[in-house]
Design a protein around this ligand. Structure first.
Ligand code: LLP
Length: 418
């Protein structure tokens, strides 16, 4: 087998007699048992990722620190529960994510409420639940917090800044640039921190530069902006650590990524600050794969092969939104060499392409295809387009498989009808 290709699959996966196993479970069998499309996650990989982040932060930073899961990457209760058990905190960016984080068992004081357009209702829910941290993004957050807090209560906050730092990623997922909709102007944040309103306990600052960042250099540039804002006890350096989507990708990895941001913080802020890192994608992406069933195969006049599966942009909109590139294989002929093919979804638009210009062996209707690295922002961004039922999530570990999110039903599709 091409070892490099396999590197993007869960650690807890293997290939036996050409058949892919995830967490000891045969992928083609999983497709039969749970139906397709289905998100399959290796539970051991989730735990290993959480431990790798905590170990990296402990190794490189003697001072206090916290690893916070950005729940938007996979807001499924079972996934959140794993990370709560593994001692992570939780970043929530809406009332819904807050609800799920509390349901999954995160201690409220380990929850960080984010958002550039928080409603008063969301802030009230967070304050009533006793969340540890509100990340203030704009001056309206400050006014709304004053309205929802009891007069005798101060809320611990970080001020999110817009550091004005560019990074090399898709424009849609860049967030720390000068024109970003997220965060306060650094000078404005500095003024608030120096003379905070009575209801705010300002502990420090936060930035998040963007997502799928392979180069750590921009983090140092952003930390240098923080260093000009005075001396504070807490700094949250956001998430954004890149993962490998294909064998050609060579991201730095968890330890090197954390080492780089921590080093920048030590050099520019001092060694004893409380440092928060906020990974989303890198905790879940490679732990998950999606299984599909081939429904039709066409050969175009020029010879191009179009392989259509039973999911598509409704379970993975990332190729359409960010030109994201995925690997694809046949689950029970995993190592077979193949011919050029394009894998498309079943939605009623031509842009519904999952994998362009790939190679597949002679794929036939009924074959199970697998796309790796779909643990992040797949379930999170799934839709019901064309009234498709959103897929289940199945956890696999030690040869056992259990659904932790069920497939939607047709009744679910009409459940909100009045
Ligand atoms: N912290 C904040 C404040 C964020 O906004 C995000 C992601 C993260 C942490 C986690 O970033 P990560 O480690 O996952 O890169 N839907 C897009 C990604 C959007 C990321 C939004 N914010 C995608 O599928 O690529």
């Amino acid at each position: 087998m091409a070892v490099a290709t396999f590197a993007v699959y869960p650690e807890a996966s293997s290939v036996q007699d050409g058949r892919l196993l995830i967490g000891g479970c045969d992928a083609a069998e999983l497709a039969r048992e749970f139906g397709t499309p289905v998100y399959v996650m290796a539970e051991d990989d989730l735990r290993a990722g959480a431990r790798a982040f905590r170990t990296a932060l402990r190794t490189h930073h003697d001072g206090p620190g916290e690893v916070v899961f950005a729940s938007k990457a996979c807001p499924a209760t079972a996934v959140l529960r794993v990370f709560a058990e593994e001692g992570l905190g939780c970043d929530v960016a809406s009332g819904g994510e807050l609800h799920l984080a509390l349901k999954a068992g995160f201690a409220p004081e380990r929850i960080h409420l984010h958002g550039n357009a928080k409603s008063e209702e969301e802030l009230r829910a967070a304050v009533d639940a006793g969340v540890g941290w509100v990340v203030v993004d704009n001056v309206e957050d400050i006014a709304k917090l004053e309205r929802v807090l009891r007069p005798d209560r101060r809320q611990r906050v970080l001020l999110r800044i817009r550091p004005g730092v560019d990074a090399d990623t898709h424009a849609a997922i860049l967030t720390g640039h000068a024109e970003s909709k997220f965060g306060l102007d650094p000078r404005e944040a500095c003024a608030i921190a120096h003379d905070p309103p009575a209801h705010l306990d300002v502990q420090g600052f936060h930035f998040h530069l963007g997502s799928q960042l392979t180069d750590p250099t921009p983090y140092r540039a952003a930390v240098s902006v923080l260093a000009r804002l005075g001396d504070h006890p807490v700094y949250s350096l956001g998430g954004g650590y890149a993962v490998a989507y294909t064998a050609d990708d060579r991201p730095p990895g968890i330890d090197a990524s954390v080492a780089a941001v921590v080093q920048a913080a030590h050099d520019l802020l001092g060694p004893d600050k409380r440092l928060i890192v906020e990974p989303g994608r890198s905790l879940v992406a490679n732990a998950g794969v999606t299984l599909y069933t081939v429904e039709s195969v066409k050969r175009l006049p020029g010879g191009a092969r179009i392989v259509a599966v039973d999911g598509g942009m409704s379970d993975n909109p990332r190729p359409m939104l960010y030109d994201a590139v995925y690997d694809v294989r046949v689950a029970d002929r995993f190592e077979a060499e193949g011919e050029p093919a394009t894998v498309v979804g079943k939605h009623c638009e031509s842009g519904d392409v999952l994998v362009r210009r790939t190679r597949l062996p002679d794929a036939r209707p009924g074959d199970v295809l697998v796309t790796p690295v779909t643990g992040a922002y797949g379930h999170a961004m799934a839709s019901n387009y064309n009234a498709l039922r959103r897929p289940p999530i199945v956890f696999c570990a030690g040869g056992d498989a259990r659904a932790v999110v069920r497939r939607e039903t047709y009744e679910d599709l009409g459940a909100r009808d009045l």
